[in-house]
Design a protein around this ligand. Sequence first.
Ligand code: ADP
Length: 274
Amino acid sequence: MSECVAQPQVDPAEDQRKINARMAQVKHKICVLSGKGGVGKSTVAVNLATSLAEAGKKVGLLDVDIHGPSIPTMLGLGTAPLISNADSVDPIYAGNLKVMSVGFLCQNEDEAFIWRGPMKMGVIKQFLGDVEWGELDYLIIDCPPGTGDEPLSLCQLIEEPTGAVIVTTPQQVAAVDVRKSLTFCGKLSMPVLGIVENMSGFACPKCGEVVNIFQSGGGEKMANDFGVPFLGKLPIDPAIGKACDAGLPFIQSHAATETAHQLRDIIKPLLELK
Ligand code: ADP
């Protein structure tokens, strides 16, 4: 698979035809975006995909965060070997969730991809067009952070995306970048399904009380300013970090906790998409 991925494809029309054919089998294509890295985009993507799969939906999770592919670690899949067919590649399964990640192309977790733009574009195209996604209710796409070339290419290659979920933290510096993500969606005519404010306060592991370490409410204000839905807040919860490191989706491993309930509420409107 690595050689096949390392070759940028040369016929853009043929690439697009293949992508369209694959994506036509996917009912909802949801991009998870953030203005900057480290705000919990992948954490939200993993838990969103897992809970949709738990609800009996057919779900794929595509990790295109080329320089920080954390989905394999978060799902305990490590550097699982990929199986290629004549002109396609099988996704890796985490339960009934179909997963594909740049991380699966690494020999070990410390490897870095030092690719120029066309190479990255080739990989993004192949992940959309050459992976055996089959028929899916949802494809959750963990996009590269920011509003640069990679998220732009990705969003343009999917002809009819359902929309974007935007993850932010409450601080002003993150909020400024997320406003850019909202403008980015507007320019690409990508519907915004909603904003998630992650790391909104700290949930004390002893008493459960939420303390606002950073200013809270920035995500909600932004949603109001831009007239897009606010999906909800998620506190900093040490159990989330531990679950991610242990390769367990938090929403499964801590199903009965207050934070898991908050996550489920955040995800509800996406489950209800027709
Ligand atoms: P991004 O995809 O935006 O770069 P990640 O989802 O990889 O961010 O999250 C960065 C780190 O923060 C991870 O170690 C993750 O476990 C941790 N994290 C994310 N959200 C929370 C949260 N609400 N509480 C505690 N840790 C979190």
